[in-house]
Design a protein around this ligand. Structure first.
Ligand code: V47
Length: 365
């Protein structure tokens, strides 16, 4: 049935046949105007690859500092060290918050922050050792590849050395932040003072080779062009073919409020829901068979659109968040319980399941 309908698109035909999509196929689909067909093929591919389960983790999000040596045009979170609302948590404050999260049922802690120019490597090691000592079973998902790269420059250690010391201190896995879009033409317009796309990939590859798995993100809906999205997805696919260390792709919708891109009128509105759904569908189709988890970040989309995104290629919900300061800084509220997410999934006729960081199912509802 779908085969007959997609006859006008070679790329959709190829996707339905389970063939790997090329760069040109990706571009064709970014410019394809029948969202319903695109979504149907992505949904069909999702069903074949991962079935009807929609997973989510009980994750506690914590930003240990908003002080940042970088000043990215797309970020509303960073502060310079001397600003009134700049903060840095002590390892003891972090431990206290993590204790509460554990009591609430979190199985992982997601810890990221700004590029703090004064915190020594020992701060991060202490943080991880303190958490591990009190909560040995909690997965510490901490520090993006961009933070590792920054720490390497700051402390004059190799990125491998930093990763190895943090792994010894308790680092279990890494979040996917800081990836933004890898293509230099767009990256250089939205970030300032952050590693390049290739440097991000190199650090993550090193982490994967040490047995530290990670997520990967894709920041969309600002000033990118279709080719930047497809370039990013193909680089993710190539990386995953090499290391198999990626757990999921999390497309992140750009949130406008309080960013330099907004203040300079470079972006005047957030992208449309149609574009959101296209991005989820393209993520599913470009990565099919290589990276089979596509997470929907409901915090950015809202719960109703997140449900539609799950019917356009998504199979996982991210943002069980008890706290997430970066999105809040850019105008989005965050917080939900595991039961709320299960209800959201049941409402669309799919099967909710709580997972751990590594996508093993812990609990069905
Ligand atoms: O790296 C910054 C992005 C990321 C804005 O790995 C913005 O499980 C939208 O990476 N609008 C941090 N996005 C969040 C992140 C993340 C979130 C949830 C789960 C995981 C995971 C990772 O947020 C940054 C950047 O790409 N960001 N500013 C903004 N104005």
């Amino acid at each position: 049935m779908l085969e007959q309908l997609v006859g006008d698109s070679k790329a959709l035909d190829r996707a339905l046949a389970g063939e790997e999509l090329s760069y040109n196929d990706g571009l064709e689909l970014m410019n394809y105007d029948n969202l319903h067909l695109l979504g149907a093929v992505a949904d069909n591919t999702r069903k074949k690859l991962v079935g009807d389960t929609v997973s989510f983790a009980a994750s506690y999000y914590m930003n240990y500092t908003n002080v940042c040596a970088a000043s990215c045009q797309m970020c509303a979170f960073y502060r310079k060290g001397d600003e009134d609302d700049a903060y840095t948590l002590t390892p003891q404050e972090i431990e206290q918050r993590v204790g509460i999260a554990k009591q609430m049922g979190a199985t992982e802690v997601h810890i990221v922050g700004g590029f703090h120019p004064k915190l020594p490597l020992e701060y991060y090691e202490d943080m991880m050792k303190t958490i591990k000592k009190s909560h040995p079973t909690l997965n510490i998902k901490a520090l993006t590849a961009a933070e590792i790269f920054f720490l390497s420059k700051l402390t004059k250690n190799s990125t491998k050395e930093i990763l190895s010391r943090l792994k010894d201190a308790g680092l279990d896995s890494m979040p996917g932040g800081g990836a933004e879009l890898f293509h230099p033409d767009i990256r250089n317009k939205i970030v300032r003072g952050k590693c390049s796309g290739q440097e991000w990939i190199n650090v993550i590859e090193e982490a994967h080779n040490m047995g530290i798995k990670s997520n990967v993100t894709m920041l969309y809906g600002h000033i990118e062009k279709p080719e930047h999205i497809i370039d990013h997805l193909i680089k993710i696919r190539d990386l995953q073919k090499k290391t198999n260390g990626l757990l999921t792709l999390i497309p992140l919708k750009f949130s406008l409020d309080n960013t330099e891109l907004e203040q300079n009128n470079l972006v005047t509105h957030e992208c449309s829901s149609v574009y959101d759904l296209k991005i989820i569908a393209l993520s599913r189709l470009m990565l099919a068979g290589v990276l089979n988890n596509i997470s929907v970040y409901w915090v950015a989309l809202g719960k109703k659109l997140a449900q539609v995104a799950l019917s356009n290629g998504g199979n996982d919900l991210v943002g069980t968040a008890f706290s997430e300061e970066i999105y809040r800084a850019a105008g989005k509220h965050t917080a939900s319980s595991v039961d709320d997410l299960a209800t959201m999934v049941k409402e669309i006729g799919r099967n909710p399941a709580q997972r751990n960081t590594h996508f093993d199912i812990l609990n069905k509802f």
